[in-house]
Design a protein around this ligand. Sequence first.
Ligand code: URA
Length: 225
Amino acid sequence: MEEVKKFLEFLRLLGYDEVKVPSINGERLEMGTFEPIEELKKLEEEAKSCCKCRLCKTRTNVVFGEGAPQTNLMLVGEAPGEQEDLQGRPFVGRAGQLLTRFLNLYGVSRNKVYITNVVKCRPPNNRNPAPDEIAACYPFLEKQIEFISPEVILCLGAFAARTILNLPEKTPISKIRGKEHRVEIGGKEITVIPTFHPAYLLRNRRGEPEFQKDLERALKLAGLV
Ligand code: URA
């Protein structure tokens, strides 16, 4: 699938708007080109009206994600907080401002990466997302990853790392951070780097050097620095 997508993108660069392939019964079959940006927009529209779990009843806005739709680096957090819910944008509260500062430290602006969360709606009072909420929302994240097709995913906190790496519920972040993991999503092998959640850093400044090491590693692997 990944090779097909790349080939279609290549043909598009050459100016082809559609590809015709011969069908098995002799007729010619028209195959639409794969448009990841359009697919991502359609997915966002779908998410905006989603009510697959109880969080749709208490949310103000669905926080789908934002940034470069074709980037080598995706950042995935846990769930929107109060500010994110009010503004409909990921990581814009205190933890988000810290994350933005760290990116800027490396000369990288937010619009060079794609930022999203495991769960797209705010859990009331910022409680942890429940397993059934994560499961209900996962198809959105999986498709986002497939359409964006990044080389690297930086997981911000244990929820993102456990979800993307399919690890047991109680796996501590300390056990998995500091290493590169590999995962296959949409037929593509992606490097996954788990790190601390920026909200944790607000409470534990001692985690900053390790966070910075992980971020730098992700940015380098993605070719952004
Ligand atoms: N924490 C998260 O995990 N995501 C956000 O978007 C904001 C805070």
